[in-house]
Design a protein around this ligand. Structure first.
Ligand code: GTP
Ligand code: MG
Length: 238
């Protein structure tokens, strides 16, 4: 048994053995099986929560298309956080590695990214989603009104959505990031540039990234003005 890689938990006595170990101690095998099963179940619940949120968003988009001839949502991406990332984030923040701790301390295990055409669509989608009676809004971070110093722009919501299973109804947390196509383009490439370069990035790269983000924000505003102007003068198609 490689002791230093075994994660012991103080809160949950049954969960002595977690995923980051080379060998599984026979004595701990039952605890490991139990943890794996419960972890798998929890991830299933997060996947289900994502499905609920996606459906809500798709319904809204569909309704807009039919009633207002406009799709506020261009596309939706989603993911459940990988076990290793869950483990690393809990460790980094000094939280115990237990199922309870995942539920209490992490709000981005289930992540949905909504990519919209225009900035005004972002706020509309956010309002319509969070005003639904079964959704609880837990947190808002508006990196559009207040971009990060590096130029990152997006609207982040943490919501709670009830999910019905055979024996219970569970409120599940989902992180929803809403951004324009342009903001998504910037964030994806910035992530790649930073990710490939694990160390410090040269100052001029950071300055250039911030400048690109400002250009993109300006273009987003111009495109939105264009759209609104065209809409005002619109003559319905025959
Ligand atoms: P995390 O530990 O990263 O989840 O931070 P947090 O809980 O303080 O949340 P925050 O709202 O700052 O960021 C959450 C998520 O937004 C990240 O996991 C990324 O997906 C995205 N994000 C935040 N900042 C940046 C950034 O500077 N660049 C890119 N590309 N994505 C970012
Ligand atoms: Mg995150």
């Amino acid at each position: 048994m490689t002791g230093d890689q075994t994660v012991s938990t103080s809160k949950d006595a049954g969960l002595k053995t977690v995923f980051l170990q080379d060998e599984i101690d026979v004595q701990n095998l039952d605890a490991f099986k139990d943890f794996s099963q419960k972890f798998e179940e929890l991830m299933m619940m997060y996947r289900s929560a994502i499905r609920e949120v996606r459906t809500k968003l798709e319904v809204l988009n569909d309704e807009f298309q039919v009633r207002r001839k406009h799709n506020p949502i261009e596309y939706i991406k989603y993911r459940v956080k990988k076990p290793l990332s869950i483990y690393e984030k809990l460790q980094r923040r000094g939280f115990p590695v237990t199922l309870e701790s995942i539920i209490d301390n992490l709000h981005d295990v289930a992540g949905v990214r909504v990519v919209c055409g225009y900035v005004q669509d972002i706020y509309q989608v956010a309002d319509l989603l969070t005003s639904q009676s079964d959704i609880t809004l837990l947190q808002v971070k508006d990196y559009i009104k207040n971009p990060k110093p590096n130029g990152y722009r997006s609207l982040h919501l943490v919501i709670q959505v009830p999910v019905f299973f055979s024996d219970e109804c569970r409120p599940m947390k989902v992180e929803v990031q809403i951004r324009t196509i342009a903001m998504d383009f910037w964030a994806s490439l910035e992530h790649q540039i930073k990710y490939k370069n694990a160390g410090e990035t040269p100052e001029e790269i950071d300055v250039e990234l911030r400048s690109c983000s400002d250009v993109i924000a300006d273009t987003d505003m111009r495109m939105e003005r264009l759209y609104n102007t065209m809409k005002e003068t619109e003559i319905p198609k025959g």
